[in-house]
Design a protein around this ligand. Structure first.
Ligand code: HEM
Length: 162
């Protein structure tokens, strides 16, 4: 578990998570299409659960790899040739903090949205008294996830490609 597969000097799990960040956006769009256009609430629910579990497993494995195997992101970034100046490392750190604003709140919002939806919608799901609150939470979770994805990819670009 030491080298990435996208052609940059990263780690395997970092590249796995970057692929997951790219994949979640079309999957979220598909889920919204299913619910808004096709009114297919069952597949919307199934896709959202699949997305949540996949992301949780990918990010969990990524964190274990990053913290326990590599000893933190700075060790991976500083392996890069030519090496980064302290100023560049600081810029990369700021980008990471910006990304973390979204990355930390997304799983919290996602779990709340999912837990409430599973509890308050009937099975199989159909619009109900919970719809109004779910739409608000759902859009908030969706925007947070998309921002996590965009800022995560941006950080990867700044740290490893630029
Ligand atoms: C974190 C996971 C989820 C997110 C981010 C999410 C997101 C959304 C969004 C944004 C909408 C509104 C679409 C619109 O503007 O019309 C929506 C609608 C809906 N979702 Fe979810 N959803 C999630 C999980 C679930 C689950 C687990 C269920 C079922 C148990 C569910 C059932 C529904 C239903 C029935 C509607 C239609 C509500 C209506 O039009 O009255 N969602 N969802």
């Amino acid at each position: 578990m030491s080298r990435g597969f996208l052609g940059y000097q990263t780690s395997l799990m970092l590249d796995v998570v970057v692929c997951a960040l790219v994949l979640v956006v079309p999957l979220v769009i598909l889920s919204l299409y299913l619910v808004k256009v096709r009114h297919n609430y069952l597949w919307h629910r199934n896709l959202q659960i699949l997305l949540g579990v996949t992301l949780l497993v990918a990010v969990g494995a990524f964190e274990i790899d990053m913290q326990l195997v590599h000893g933190g992101w700075e060790n991976i970034v500083s392996r890069r040739e030519p090496s980064r100046s302290p100023e560049e490392m600081q810029t990369i750190r700021y980008f990471l903090w910006f990304h973390l604003c979204f990355a930390v709140t997304t799983p919290v919002l996602w779990i709340i949205t999912m837990q409430k939806a599973l509890k308050h919608f009937p099975n199989p799901p159909t619009p109900s008294a919970h719809s109004h609150s779910h739409k608000r939470l759902g859009w908030l979770s969706t925007i947070d996830l998309v921002m996590t994805s965009l800022t995560g990819l941006w950080w990867y670009y700044v740290a490893f490609i630029r």
